[in-house]
Design a protein around this ligand. Structure first.
Ligand code: ACO
Length: 311
């Protein structure tokens, strides 16, 4: 039995924070932000909207999109580094909010690689026959751990949620291969220091450029595919220059790479499901297309997978 994606959902807060507004908050410029990162604007959730709310909205859409109801969900995995509370998990709040049965629900902490970690975990439960439908959500309210006086970080991040229902698909479709990894010695480059994110951008940049390319090539090989077989490439949306270098290493044409960082900034675990959602809804992904997804982030951790689209 193969596990694949049966439905997708997303939630984006309405409030748009533009580069022009950030120019008034810190010593930066629209030109610097665009040329260094590709980001033009990002979404910021209001004080009363926490990760559990965004996750619930995205989850409900994904369940509808899969043609299911909450009663059909057998497990909930929420990838997040910005839970509402230290405990309980966002996943347990989503279980209650969507009206699911008393099923297993837990959070996964793997920063920007979190959605890939969640999807790969879901695959194990589906393919072993333990669960039929696993709800995997990537959600972040990064604005609550962003220091809006620190120009090194505050221009980068945004808030959002993306969700997928993972379940059985026909032979040859679904998740074909994956790779997950962690190098804990990289803690010093990216962590939450007290209230806020600390990031050594240059070090994370070097790691990301190397790891995104390598992991993508590894999962292509593990699936017995060639670079030329890749129809669509979904890198974690952190920085346009990092994505561009990975794209060139894979030799994927520019129109075959997801690009949402300009509109939403880096929303950590939610960038990949949102980019997939938008590509599918815009008709950029067709049945049987081979998709490569790759994420990297705090840990330092990384994850990649290949997926053949379709049910
Ligand atoms: N506006 C203007 N100048 C700035 C800004 C800003 N917003 N931010 C930094 N600068 C300055 C720096 O202070 C530095 O000045 P200095 O030379 O006088 O010290 C100068 O710009 C150049 O800094 P660099 O670090 O060399 O800039 P770089 O080209 O590397 O771009 C960036 C910085 C965009 C942060 C890049 O390093 C990057 O994207 N790194 C990866 C970040 C990332 O992917 N994070 C993902 C993980 S997030 C997670 O897991 C939650």
């Amino acid at each position: 039995m193969n596990a694949g994606i049966l439905g997708l959902g997303k939630y984006l807060p309405e409030r748009v924070l533009t580069n022009a507004e950030l120019e008034k908050m810190v010593d930066t410029s629209d030109e610097w932000i665009r040329t260094r990162t590709g980001i033009e604007e990002r979404r910021i959730a209001s004080d009363d909207i926490q990760s559990s709310h965004m996750a619930t909205m995205a989850a409900e859409e994904a369940i509808r999109d899969a043609g299911l109801t909450a009663n059909d969900i057998d497990m909930i995995l929420v990838a997040t580094i910005t839970p509402d509370y230290g405990f309980p998990s966002v996943a347990s709040m989503v279980q209650h909010n969507i009206g699911a049965r008393h099923i297993p629900a837990m959070d996964v902490s793997a920063a920007c690689a979190g959605f890939i970690y969640g999807a790969v975990t879901a695959k194990q439960f589906v393919e072993s026959g333990v669960c039929k439908h696993v709800l995997v959500i990537g959600v972040e309210k990064l604005s609550k751990i962003t220091d809006y006086t620190d120009r090194n970080t505050c221009v980068l991040f945004g808030d959002a949620a993306g969700a997928a229902v993972i379940g059985p698909v026909s032979d040859g479709k679904g998740i074909l291969s994956f790779e997950l990894g962690t190098d804990g010695s990289g803690l010093k480059h990216l962590f939450q220091d007290g209230d806020y994110i600390y990031m050594n951008g240059r070090e994370v940049f070097k790691f990301a450029v190397r790891q995104m390319g390598e992991s993508s090539l590894n999962v292509i090989e593990k699936a017995n595919l060639q670079k030329e077989d890749v129809d669509y490439f979904i890198p974690h949306q952190a920085n346009m220059r990092i994505m561009e270098s990975a794209r060139q290493r894979l030799g994927v044409p520019v129109e075959k790479m997801a690009y949402t960082v300009n509109k939403y900034g880096n929303t950590s675990s939610s960038t990949i499901p949102i980019a997939l959602y938008e590509a599918v809804k815009e008709g950029k992904i067709n049945d049987d297309d081979v998709i490569v997804m790759v994420g990297f982030g705090g840990g330092l951790s990384w994850g990649a997978l290949t997926l053949r689209w379709g049910k």
